[in-house]
Design a binder for this molecule. Structure first.
Ligand SMILES: Cc1ncc(COP(=O)(O)O)c(C=O)c1O
Length: 402
């Protein structure tokens, strides 16, 4: 396996970002953009490794942020890219700062728009912002099976339902607004996007067609699994071209996962092995601190052992190999277990376990519960390995007091 040698030498735990794979993903996204004319933004909530923003900025058009901090990160590290900001609710003091950085702001409600419209207009009059504002709609349709990841679930706070939109359009009006945003997908196919767009058009197209001054932009959010092997990219390109034709607006998508899909691993070391009712191994990485989606979603990441005395093997289902272990973290949480995996030979302290697809929604979600050290951040570009960042006691301490 290509990563075997270098992974022996990185400090653990460590996120190792695969630059080659990142480039491949970015080339695919750039191709979609070229063929469809749509603009593609990096959703930073999934992947915010800003050392790589200069590379990402060569392929994508900018960044999508969830608030002032991500907006600032995108502005500082991808300075030539557009900065788009959406938040379910902005704080008063936050919005003034966002206005100075953002190209697009997406409001979640007519009440937020009404609250901030005077500030937007003042900043525009004074030449302090060139921002273009829009609203997030909720299509009321989604195929996301896991409820906590379903933005269009019944009762969702994310985006205006048709009823809320209609009421706002009649009472507040759409003057001063330029665009529409929706996000209702998660790891979804182009076919799912097509069905979702059918719902969007059937409910909202009349508004889009009669928008005061014309609709300037239409943002189809994230959740498009574009860089997955079986993703139907020709259909996506057709849908994006069709969206342009129907709305005459600039079309945007803001994928997160697709940018860094399979472009990173989490490397850990076995600290100890033991047996109670069953065999277990304790690693220097923790599910709850370093890969919380494993517990939150939950899901079972793929893994591979690199034995200290040489040789490698995939982690298999418990019945599929001779030696099965519950792989757990060194925290006190009983449930800090990544899963049960079987290997062809016993594990011993010093073996390394590599967990796959750990660039997205992991590095951005770490915490120091139990005083756990944060994983180092490493890049691998062929044989070139760089340790970008290591963390120590100070990173734990500074978040807890003066
Ligand atoms: C508004 C918005 N845009 C973009 C994304 C990125 O989605 P993904 O990483 O699934 O592509 C998300 C994810 O939650 C989101 O909420």
């Amino acid at each position: 396996m290509r990563q075997a040698k270098p992974l022996k030498h990185v400090p653990t735990p460590a996120y190792v970002i695969d630059i080659e794979r990142l480039r491949q993903n970015l080339a695919i996204l750039h191709d979609v953009s070229e063929k469809s004319g749509c603009r593609v933004l990096l959703a930073q909530k999934a992947f915010s490794a800003y050392d790589l923003y200069p590379l990402i900025g060569q392929y994508l058009d900018g960044t999508a942020a969830s608030g002032i901090f991500e907006a600032r990160l995108g502005h500082e590290y991808m300075p030539d890219g557009e900065v788009h900001v959406y938040s379910p609710a902005f704080r008063d003091e936050e919005l003034a700062d966002v206005l100075l950085l953002a190209d697009h702001i997406v409001f979640n409600s007519f009440s937020q728009w009404t609250r901030f419209k005077p500030l937007v207009e003042t900043f525009k009059r004074e030449g302090r912002t060139h921002v273009s504002c829009g609203l997030r709609i909720n299509p009321g349709y989604s195929e996301v099976a896991v409820e906590i990841y379903n933005p269009a679930a019944r009762g969702s706070r994310l985006g205006l339902t048709l009823e809320a939109f209609r009421h706002g359009a009649e009472t507040v009006g759409l003057e001063g607004l330029d665009g529409i945003h929706f996000h209702a997908l998660c790891e979804d196919s182009a076919e799912t996007l097509e069905r979702t767009l059918d719902h969007v058009y059937s409910d909202f197209l009349p508004y889009m067609e009669s928008w005061p001054g014309g609709l300037k932009w239409f943002n189809l959010g994230g959740g498009h699994h574009i860089t997955r092997d079986d993703y139907n990219r020709p259909l996506l390109i057709d849908l994006l071209c069709d969206a342009k034709k129907r709305t005459s607006a600039a079309i945007y998508i803001e994928p997160g996962e697709a940018v860094a899909l399979n472009a990173g691993v989490l490397v850990s070391t076995v600290l100890d092995v033991g047996q109670n009712a069953e065999h277990f191994a304790i690693l220097d990485t923790s599910a709850v601190c370093h890969m919380p989606d494993v517990l939150e979603m939950p899901y079972r990441p793929r893994c591979r052992v690199h034995y200290a005395d040489g040789g490698e093997a995939d982690g298999r289902m418990p019945s599929e190999a001779a030696y099965a272990y519950h792989l757990g973290g060194p925290t006190c949480l009983a449930g800090d277990v990544i899963g049960q995996y079987a290997f062809p030979r016993p594990l011993t302290a010093g073996d390394r376990i590599v967990f796959f697809d750990m660039a997205i929604y992991t590095m951005v979600k770490t915490n120091t519960f139990n005083g756990m050290p944060l994983p180092a951040i490493v890049t691998q570009d062929g044989a070139d390995i760089r340790v970008l960042q290591t963390f120590d006691y100070e990173d734990f301490r500074m978040r807890l007091g003066s």
